[in-house]
Design a binder for this molecule. Structure first.
Ligand SMILES: [Zn+2]
Ligand SMILES: [Zn+2]
Length: 423
């Protein structure tokens, strides 16, 4: 008796139902609850999805066995710890039955998604066992493919080559069965639905549930959602969350974000601390400021400057608890840092200069050494825009030089006669 019977109940079949019985029951239920027949009926739509899901699991030998033994929970976990059900005829070995290749999927996400959590549907197309022939590849269930006669089902052909005293073993894929080890199906016997391929391409939507506290680079594994193949388990679809910069997100967004929403970024390598660059006027730097912004969850937050403490360019103001949800502990949050920059006035009138001189503390007196008559005096020692441009230009030149050097090194390693020295 299986651990659970819910999937069987959905299709109204007994847990001992054959594949054909399951197929028939599915068709009946699918027609009844098909969205085309029940427009606007959400309950029917939900049921239709459940039926499809049940059908997919029960028709898959491996998944059905997992479900029978361990229930839905065991199925989601992908099998018992250590894995490897010994399926007769599946080769087996220490690592269990062969598996098809995993399919990687990169999903671009924003910090907003990782902050609030989000469900994203992704479309994948994978090969599934043909529903018509149940993976036989033949029209008639009596015509079983059986092992390939040319290679005795091995899929490979081993040839011994004698060269003088040496015997060399050559292994190649069997040409008759293209390495599958199964007897080729005659065109007239082939299943009309899959044309003897045994599998059909089937699109599927996978729901990626991002929970608050997930991190960039995190992998979400959908067990058994890669291609199915005769004699092999389906591999996994592996979704990797890739953090997209805010500019990219802004371009993709249909509606512009609120004007109060700043350009949040992660603080350095931190996964939980956020940083926002904030520019203020000189008068605010001296006398105080307040900053109001909208957070990812729509809350509006106002930060007041520290009292009676002027702000300098480069100052970091910490706003505790307004960072990202912590990885592994999403009820707690990191901090938000405001990276301050003071905008200096461009021109000061003689009048304002005089007033400032009277109001602001005088500079510290120059050390006695500065009064030496032989001191060199440099005029115009101002960090002007021209100087900034010059500095930037130099930096670009340096970067271009580094890039060119790296390219040259890259070419050298691929060039003929040059070997990578690896001990
Ligand atoms: Zn078929
Ligand atoms: Zn063969």
């Amino acid at each position: 008796m299986p651990k659970e019977t819910k999937l069987y109940d959905l299709l109204e079949v007994s847990p001992t139902a054959t594949e054909d019985e399951i197929k028939k029951a599915f068709r009946k239920a699918a027609v009844k609850y098909h969205p085309d027949r029940n427009p606007g009926n959400e309950e029917a739509e939900h049921k239709f999805k459940e039926i499809n899901n049940a059908y997919e699991i029960l028709l898959d030998k491996r998944k059905r066995q997992l479900y029978d033994q361990l229930g839905q929970e065991g199925l989601e976990a992908g099998g018992p710890p250590g894995g490897g059900f010994g399926f007769p005829g599946f080769g087996g070995g220490r690592h269990g039955p062969p598996r098809t290749e995993d399919v990687p999927f990169k999903l671009g996400v924003g910090l907003e998604d990782l902050y609030n959590g989000k469900t994203v549907r992704i479309k994948v197309t994978r090969k599934r066992t043909c529903v018509e022939c149940l993976g036989r590849g033949t029209k008639d269930p009596k015509i079983e493919g059986g092992p390939c006669k040319t290679c005795s089902g091995q899929g490979r052909i081993v040839k011994m080559l004698r060269m003088g005293n040496m015997v060399q073993q050559m292994v190649s894929d069997c040409g008759a069965c293209h390495g599958t080890g199964e007897a080729p199906i005659k065109p007239e016997d082939a299943c009309t639905m899959c044309r003897g391929q045994k599998t059909l391409a089937q699109p599927k939507e996978l729901e990626v549930n991002m929970r608050p506290g997930m991190r960039p680079g995190q992998r979400i594994v959908f067990h058994g959602e890669a291609d199915e193949a005769p004699g092999a388990e389906a591999g996994d679809v592996v979704v990797t969350l890739v953090l997209e910069p805010e500019e990219v997100r802004a371009r993709k967004r249909r509606e512009p974000a609120s004007a109060l929403r700043p350009a949040f970024a992660l603080m350095g390598d931190s996964l939980t601390n956020l940083v926002v660059e904030r520019e203020i006027e000189l008068v605010e730097a001296l006398l105080g400021w307040s900053y109001t912004f909208e957070h990812f969850d729509g809350r509006v937050v106002t930060v007041m400057s520290p009292e009676n403490a002027p702000t300098s360019t480069g100052d970091l103001i910490v706003v505790p608890g307004e960072g990202m949800p912590k990885v592994g502990n999403p009820t707690q949050r990191g901090d938000l840092y405001l990276k301050m920059k003071v905008r200096m006035p461009r021109d000061l009138s003689p009048d304002v200069r005089a007033q400032l001189q009277a109001l602001l503390p005088a500079p510290a007196p120059a050390p006695a050494a500065a009064a030496r008559p032989d001191a060199t005096v440099v005029e115009g020692g101002v960090f002007s825009q021209a100087a900034a441009r010059r500095l930037e230009q130099q930096q670009q030149e340096d970067e271009a030089a580094v890039q060119m050097q790296e390219e040259e090194e890259g070419r050298g390693q691929q060039g003929p006669g040059v070997q990578c020295a690896q001990a």
